[in-house]
Design a protein around this ligand. Structure first.
Ligand SMILES: Cc1cc2nc3c(=O)[nH]c(=O)nc-3n(C[C@H](O)[C@H](O)[C@H](O)COP(=O)(O)OP(=O)(O)OC[C@H]3O[C@@H](n4cnc5c(N)ncnc54)[C@H](O)[C@@H]3O)c2cc1C
Length: 326
């Protein structure tokens, strides 16, 4: 039993002020409470932020603003998201279960910890949980693990589906701290493990995610979120692909491709995007793009299958998004 204090904040600055060392914001609780029950996180204080006024979904002159406390299902089902950003709805609906999506918030989803089994088992070494203790996954059962951007300290992957779509849509994150606010591209929020795998992202202690903004809709059609997993629901991605295309006749005018389940952060496939831009949308070009996307991939003992699964998933996502089958 780890005792902790609980406070409920009603305004943003009060929530930030209330957060001290070894304390956490509490949003939907669907990740944090599990981690506390397992003794992986042992905060001295929880600051409940569920009563903060961060629950809007509204148009802005430059796109759409989404409050950090909107639930996953509120965003997924919102008419503006369904119409203008269907890729985001698809990604949300591929995650977790309806009950979890009704509780889990956007900010909490961004902050969720890895599902690496070595992180979850306090009897095993994990540099992310206990820096310096070693990486059990490196020589262990690493079926779920990274094929891009890993280090010899950590080969865990980020489990968020939402974050894959938000990277593809080039969202922006709004953050508030005691010393003021800052805004950063969503793609810069999560980080690679390097020598400090305990840090999943660039949020500083005491900072609160307040909202996300999406740019004006650029990909209302020709999008697909493909998630490949062991069960068809209620399971994390082995590999996922967010594909968004603008087609001009039979040619690719614009494209975004991001993979999940393969790295410590959403993995944008820039070489594949560069190759496809301006080219005919054909299966042969999709295959070539997938080949380019896989350059530099490195598998471990139990996740060699991802080297085949990932390029096939890229091709399939592009086929479904474009409607092109030949
Ligand atoms: C069984 C199960 C299956 C799941 N399957 C999937 C899946 O397939 N795909 C997927 O993407 N996700 C999945 N999830 C994860 C789920 O999406 C996350 O648990 C959820 O998004 C976390 O949101 P929350 O609001 O409950 O966060 P909490 O649990 O309340 O918080 C998580 C962390 O985020 C921090 N935090 C929360 N809000 C903020 C904020 N505004 N600013 C700064 N820090 C903040 C908290 O302090 C805490 O450290 C699954 C979860 C479970 C339990």
């Amino acid at each position: 039993m780890n005792p902790f204090t609980y406070v409920r904040a009603t305004e943003t600055s009060g929530a930030i002020r209330a957060l001290g060392r070894d304390s956490h914001f509490l949003a939907g609780g669907t990740n944090l409470i599990d981690l506390m029950k397992m003794g992986i996180v042992t905060p001295e204080k929880l600051v409940d932020i569920t009563h903060l006024p961060l629950k809007h979904i509204s148009r802005t002159p430059t796109g759409l603003s989404i409050g950090a406390l909107c639930t996953n299902s509120e965003v997924a089902d919102h008419p503006l998201v369904l119409k203008h950003y269907p890729l985001l709805s698809m990604a949300f609906n591929a995650g977790a279960s309806p009950q979890l999506r009704n509780m889990a918030t956007v900010g909490g989803n961004m902050m969720q910890r890895t599902r690496c089994p070595y992180f979850f088992d306090t009897a095993l070494p994990c540099n992310k949980r206990v820096p310096g203790s070693g990486c059990g996954a490196l020589q262990g059962y690493n079926r779920m693990h990274a094929i891009f951007g890993a280090s010899d300290q950590c080969i865990a992957v980020n489990p968020s589906d939402m974050s894959i779509a938000l990277t593809a849509l080039e969202a922006t994150v709004h953050i508030q701290g005691a010393r003021g606010g800052r805004i950063l591209p969503f793609a810069d929020f999560h980080r690679l493990p390097g020598d400090t795998p305990e840090k999943d992202n660039v949020l500083e202690p005491g900072e609160l995610i307040t909202s996300l903004t999406l740019p004006l809709p650029a990909f209302p059609d020709h999008v697909h979120y493909l998630k490949i997993r062991d069960r068809t629901s209620y399971a994390f991605a082995l590999v996922s692909v967010a594909a968004a295309l603008q087609l001009d006749g039979g040619n690719v005018r614009a494209v975004r491709l991001v993979m999940g389940g393969v790295a410590h952060k959403p993995w944008r496939l820039e070489a594949a995007e560069d190759f496809l831009r301006g080219k005919p949308a054909t299966v042969e070009n999709f295959r070539q793009a997938a080949y380019l996307a896989m350059q530099g991939a490195k598998a471990y003992a139990y996740n060699q299958f991802k080297l085949t699964l990932a390029p096939n998933a890229i091709v399939q996502a592009l086929k479904t998004a474009s409607g092109v089958t030949a």
